[in-house]
Design a protein around this ligand. Structure first.
Ligand SMILES: *Cc1c(COP(=O)(O)O)cnc(C)c1O
Length: 400
């Protein structure tokens, strides 16, 4: 965390170029417009059954549910709205494992998962569930033969993310799904970084549980969704007790405006995914080429061929990421992930890929998004080249 003094100094400066779209995305103006009436005259509790205010809100929420489902090849009634992907992941991992704990007290996950999956699985471990942690290769991907070897007749659940939030690598989801189905094991995937960015199909990929986050896909913050397969039916132990909303899996009043927003965000993402992926891939390659042409010692962390279109995770040899970010107040990028950046520890994800402490500390995550323009990419390249050159010159002078 930056201290408040540093924040104060930059308050009046021009707004930096934002290249941290894996941390959060702005709500698309089209999504915002669709949401607004639901904060105003179309308010109403979607669970009120006795008047038009309730029916109107319910109809809008159910339409949104269908839009979320359509993006991933599911049915509307298989979507459970949650407060975000953190809750969806907690519900999927704890809910499924606790329901099956007596007969199947074993869970498989991966060391590069988001903290909310890691900590949910660790909680289960404390409750007596046996856990197998899969490592990743230098490319950030799980090894399918290791997964196959870890599956046994006690395995309840495999939880492996679709796209990593730090290095952007895309796991072999369809292959993992096929393997799990073959063994009669539930497959959950954290798709917070994948939904709306790469094609996902719960049928073709044999996914049983899938988590989505609104603010990672140009929808509202504070809303997510969990896909829960109905055929064959996946049973979950709920996290909350209450009115039994969302088919008993998630009690609590649905936030109508946010649900409508997530639905709209999914509809837009579905329509624009292919062209946007191509555009972002082009801009990302443009940035990487510019940096590698003008700087030595720039390497990409994680697989380059199986990667989210808008993600780069770069090591700048000999440069501390913290110093680099301080030297670039005009550019919003991050080291590690937003959730763990309060700590000074190097990223556990990069360490799991086999990077040394020093290489991990020299790494910066750059995330391109829907608002990113070519002009921003060219300006960002200038800023990074200047800062890295300046820092390296400074280190060289000290060393002499
Ligand atoms: C952001 C993120 C989450 C958490 O999502 P929230 O909606 O912010 O709770 C979980 N997993 C991954 C991979 C993420 O990128």
């Amino acid at each position: 965390m930056r201290d408040s003094r540093q924040r104060g100094e930059t308050e009046n400066a021009p707004r930096p170029i934002y290249l941290d779209y894996q941390a959060s995305t702005p709500c698309d103006p089209r999504v915002l417009e669709i949401m607004l009436p639901f904060f105003g005259e179309r308010f109403g509790n979607p669970h009120s059954v006795s008047h038009r205010h309730g029916w109107d809100a319910e109809a809008a929420v159910e339409r949104a549910r269908g839009q979320v489902a359509e993006l991933i090849g599911a049915e509307a009634r298989e979507i459970v709205f949650t407060s975000g992907a953190t809750e969806a992941n907690n519900l999927a991992v704890k809910g499924a494992a606790r329901f099956l704990k007596e007969r199947r007290p074993h869970v498989i996950s991966c060391v590069t998962e988001h903290k909310c999956v890691l900590e949910s699985v660790r909680r289960l471990e404390k409750e007596g569930v046996r856990v197998t942690w899969l490592p990743v290769g230098g490319d950030g991907l799980v090894d399918l033969s290791r997964l196959a070897a870890a599956l046994d007749e006690e395995t309840a659940l495999v939880s492996i993310m679709a796209v990593n939030n730090e290095v952007g690598v895309i796991q072999p989801i369809a292959e993992i799904g096929a393997l799990c189905r073959e063994h009669g094991v539930l497959f959950h995937t954290d798709a917070a970084q994948a939904a709306g960015k790469i094609p996902l199909d719960v049928e073709a990929m044999k996914i049983d549980l899938l988590s989505i986050s609104g603010h990672k896909m140009y929808g509202p913050m504070g809303l997510g969704a969990l896909y829960v397969r109905r055929r064959p039916r996946v049973r979950l132990e709920p996290l909350f007790d209450g009115g039994g909303q969302e088919r008993g899996m998630r009690s609590g009043t649905l936030p109508g405006p946010l649900c409508v927003g997530l639905g709209a965000a999914c509809a837009i993402a579905g329509r624009e995914m292919a062209t946007e992926a191509e555009r972002l891939t082009g801009l990302r390659d443009r940035l990487l080429n510019a940096l590698q042409a003008r700087l030595s010692g720039v390497s990409v962390n994680g697989a380059t061929d199986r990667r989210l279109p808008g993600n780069l995770n770069l090591s700048f040899a000999g440069v501390e990421a913290e110093a680099l970010m301080q030297a670039m107040p005009g550019l919003s990028v991050s080291s590690g992930s937003a959730c763990t950046s309060a700590s000074v520890e190097p990223s556990y994800v990069l360490r799991a890929l086999g990077l040394s402490d020093a290489a991990a500390r020299a790494s910066v995550r750059i995330g391109l998004g829907r608002p990113t323009t070519e002009a921003e990419i060219d300006a960002a390249a200038e800023i990074i080249v200047a800062a890295v050159s300046r820092l390296r010159a400074g280190y060289a002078a000290v060393a002499q």
